[in-house]
Design a protein around this ligand. Sequence first.
Ligand code: FAD
Length: 193
Amino acid sequence: MKPIPFWLDREREVSFGALQSNHDFEVAIVGAGIAGLQAAFLCCVASGLRVAVLEARQIGLQACGRSTAKVTSQHGFEYASLIRNFCQEGAKLYAAANEKAKEKIAALCSAMADRANLEAKPAFVHAEDKQQAEKFRRKADAGASLGSRRILVRCGPARGPTGALRFSGQYQFDPYLDLCGLARLVSDSTKHA
Ligand SMILES: Cc1cc2nc3c(=O)[nH]c(=O)nc-3n(C[C@H](O)[C@H](O)[C@H](O)COP(=O)(O)OP(=O)(O)OC[C@H]3O[C@@H](n4cnc5c(N)ncnc54)[C@H](O)[C@@H]3O)c2cc1C
């Protein structure tokens, strides 16, 4: 049996039947992952459109459900290369879009009864050796120049002597609860449309 994250080892929370008859929709979204369900939420709740979300498997069991359950604007160390390839302005736009998306996800979690177990947490990336630690220092400088709240921290021996980047203002959530919550919000607003 393939290993699954512990948050997927539970009873399924939501299930929707197949479409049984013809319906009129203005928007059809294929795939009930975080991308599809957030788009569906924005289309039906924010824009009042009639939306159908078509899912081939089960909600919450694909990439999002099997992710690392963190909601961060920190994706590895790409900011230094973004500055190199797209200048400071391009990298700033990317950083701002990621910040906005992170806060959007957090705001949507807050609209759910269980808040998808959202918790504000710092995120850490640990260096494996001294060379990587030096790279971190440069990346931390790049992030700071974009307004990112990342700092280089020293870690205790248990984490290795080389250091880590600490990103404040990030989140952890239960991706399965998030997708079920989004599906319910979309379904409820479709019923009332
Ligand atoms: C281990 C891991 C860690 C990650 N960490 C991060 C991270 O730290 N930060 C970050 O931003 N991203 C991270 N990601 C990536 C992130 O999780 C994905 O980019 C995101 O969840 C993708 O969402 P999605 O909605 O596009 O895909 P999915 O969650 O896979 O949803 C797509 C849905 O579409 C359905 N589908 C596909 N084809 C069809 C079809 N033809 N008809 C109907 N339905 C269909 C699938 O069944 C599925 O339910 C991580 C991913 C993994 C696996």
